[in-house]
Design a protein around this ligand. Structure first.
Ligand SMILES: [Mg+2]
Length: 239
């Protein structure tokens, strides 16, 4: 059957993140110093510990609910636990999120083949992006900075719709916006559980971009495996 749309994951698919989350500590430091300048006086160690407690609770809840509250929610809850009563829309909370995001963006680079591949696929197929990210405005800024927005017919980032991969709803939302049946769409991503299992559950075909060794036997099988984005040019059609 002819492929009509190709949908992409963002991080470690079109954009590459530095490994092992080395960005995390500098991001937290930048957020902490923004807060300190705005009258939130707590030690970095205390702030960091509380942030991770809150984050880990969010992670375990979202694994079950497949929801994605905006990053502002975890910042607000971290501050509340530390005794500062700021709600999610407080400028201090939004400023802290922005401080984190500004630092985070320094650790992101463009995959060497991404522009060429998108350019060649654009026009031939409808192109979409489905990303899990709690700071959607930062995701959209990165897409602009790296000139990717222009190639994408539809973009959805989990934090703007409170649904995260592998939630079938976020894939159906994208397919509906693109006006394409699941059986005529291919999803490309680096995570078996999010980018392969999720799209398969709604009837899409799937391509895994192998960014790291595949661990264990999850039983989740992509239709194709590639090691470089440029391989898509010859893989999409016979997927
Ligand atoms: Mg990814």
């Amino acid at each position: 059957m002819k492929v009509e749309a190709v949908l992409f994951d963002l991080f470690d698919t079109l954009l590459l993140l530095e490994n092992d989350e080395i960005y995390y500590e500098p991001c937290l430091k930048r957020m902490h110093s923004f807060l300190a300048k705005n009258g939130v006086n707590v030690s970095f160690a205390g702030f960091s510990r509380t942030y991770f407690e809150v984050r880990d609770t969010f992670y375990s809840e979202s694994r079950k609910s497949l929801e994605e509250p905006h990053f502002n929610v975890r910042v607000s809850q971290t501050l509340q636990k530390l005794g500062f009563d700021f709600d999610v829309s407080d400028p201090i909370v939004m400023g802290a999120t922005k401080a984190f995001a500004d630092e985070f963006m320094r650790y992101v680079k463009l995959d060497d083949g991404a522009i060429d591949v998108l350019q060649k696929l654009h026009g031939k197929y409808k192109l979409g992006l489905v990303s899990n990210f709690g700071i959607p405005e930062c995701g959209r800024e990165l897409l602009d900075r790296f000139n990717l927005t222009t190639y994408l017919d539809f973009i959805v980032i989990s934090g703007e719709v409170n649904q995260r991969k592998p939630n079938p709803k976020i894939f159906r939302r994208a397919l509906q916006a693109l006006g394409v049946a699941p059986s005529k769409a291919v999803f490309v991503g680096d995570m078996l559980d999010l980018d392969i299992m999720g799209p398969k559950s709604v009837g899409m075909r799937t391509i895994l971009i192998k960014r790291r060794p595949i661990e264990g036997n999850s039983g989740i099988k992509p239709d194709k495996v590639i090691e470089d984005l440029t391989e898509l040019l010859t893989t999409v059609e016979d997927c």
